[in-house]
Design a protein around this ligand. Structure first.
Ligand code: FAD
Length: 395
């Protein structure tokens, strides 16, 4: 088989396009195959953590993202009964990141920024309406079968990155198991232009509110606040998507405030799953194709971007001949382990904290907030800097 000298990437989401940007920056030719007719408009991730911004900065994408987003230098935990339980400021870790804040912006802003920057480059090619359906591996390369508007084509490359999301066809074609579980409840995200600071004066842009029955978070993005609630398994999808249901949940946020203007409502199933391996020969999984988790703490896309940068930095070295193929094994070793140890564990713990009665959580938050060293350690963990350090330690 003659192999095209390029890297194939399935999926033009935030992870696939970050991978493409890092490779193209190093002069490695890339073809991105995207199933959809255009970049996705879906409103999902809206939080970019400090080390992710540091990575995007090296790709020239942080400044335009910040310009279109909202800087959140602090986040807080609240309870309906006690108000603010604790507030954490990223300034405490300004010595280890160039971006001591979260940026609140939709993931669709990042994909458009990256695409606009990449499309000028001769090493970059993106084909829409091109779903990867099959993968065949050879000693020197990988061949993918593509469904392009009903007709079948093939493309080859030296490596393949499956960044084709949670239902990854690449993962399925490689027969890699996706172990884990699905939570019985679903999450409802209600977006409103209502400015909650007019009724909660001490509110910051990122706020998590504990409650055993209806915890929620309030995440500000430019022009909108996203409020997310759990929907119990006994509450049907039909009920959950009824406009009155969203209004009834929103009415629990601030007593006496109701009849919100609602921009959109989306219901999500929530999973915790990690692929059995992130590498099979010349094919790799990254982002949601490799791992999914609940959105509390905003770690799914951020972790996926960390995967993309880790993997492509190694591919660049092998491409240039400065490292041997065995360098690529470090990707699975590092990223899979920190996904289990940090992303999965922390996102499950975040959910447990919010749905608890708050007593124990309040005590532990007070202890962390009262101790500078523990506050720093906590901020390093929630900002995902600790997971990146751990990945390095894994060698
Ligand atoms: C409500 C909600 C809130 C969230 N908030 C956050 C947050 O604040 N922070 C955070 O880090 N994460 C968050 N997440 C998770 C985040 O949205 C995902 O982790 C992120 O989208 C993963 O990016 P990706 O590029 O791996 O996959 P995707 O964004 O799913 O992109 C995959 C792309 O692949 C394409 N594709 C699919 N199949 C094929 C195929 N066979 N061939 C070619 N292309 C294909 C798709 O069309 C899509 O364009 C949230 C998720 C939800 C549901």
């Amino acid at each position: 088989m003659s192999v095209e000298e390029r890297v194939l990437i399935a999926g033009a989401g935030p992870v696939g396009l970050t991978a493409a940007a890092n490779l193209v920056r190093a002069g490695v030719p890339v073809t991105v195959l995207e199933a959809g007719p255009d970049l996705s408009e879906e409103s999902r991730a809206s939080t970019f953590h400090p080390p992710t911004l540091d990575m995007l900065d090296r790709l020239g994408a942080a400044a335009p993202l910040i310009a279109q987003g909202l800087k959140a230098p602090a986040f807080q935990y609240r309870s309906k009964q006690h108000g603010v339980l604790a507030q954490f400021e990223f300034a405490a870790i300004a010595d280890v990141t160039g971006h001591p804040y979260r940026v609140q912006a939709e993931q669709s802003k990042l994909t458009r920024i990256l695409y606009e920057q990449l499309r000028e480059r001769s090493e970059f090619e993106l084909q829409f309406d091109s779903a990867v359906e099959g993968v065949t591996q050879h000693p020197a390369g990988v061949e993918v079968a593509i469904n392009r508007n009903g007709s079948r084509e093939t493309r080859s490359g030296r490596w393949l990155i499956g960044a084709d999301g949670a239902r990854s066809d690449v993962r399925r074609a490689l027969a890699i198991e996706f172990d884990g579980f699905t939570w019985p409840e679903r999450f409802l995200v209600v977006s409103t232009p209502f400015d909650f600071r007019t009724v909660i004066p001490d509110l910051v842009a990122v706020s998590y509110v504990t409650d055993p029955k209806r915890w929620h978070f309030l995440l500000q993005i430019p022009g909108l606040c996203r409020v997310m609630f759990p929907v119990a398994s006994e509450e049907s999808d039909e009920l959950a998507l009824h406009p009155e249901f969203a209004q009834s949940l929103m009415a629990t946020v601030v007593p006496g405030v109701m009849n919100y203007e609602i921009a959109h409502v989306t219901l999500y199933k929530v999973h915790q799953r990690v692929a059995k391996t992130f590498q099979q020969g010349r094919a790799f999984l990254a982002g949601d194709a490799a791992h999914i988790n609940n959105p509390l703490g905003g770690m799914g896309m951020n972790g996926g971007i960390h995967d993309a940068v880790n993997l492509t930095s190694r591919l660049i070295e092998v491409w240039r001949g400065t490292k041997g193929e065995s360098e690529l094994e470090r990707y699975d070793r590092q990223r899979r382990q920190v996904t289990l140890e940090y992303i999965e564990k922390q996102s499950i713990q975040n959910k447990r904290n919010l749905e608890s009665d708050g007593t124990e959580f309040r005590r532990s938050l007070a202890e962390i907030a009262a101790d500078q060293a523990r506050t720093r350690e906590y901020l390093l963990r929630v900002s995902m800097i600790a997971s990146l350090r751990r990945a390095q330690e894994l060698g």
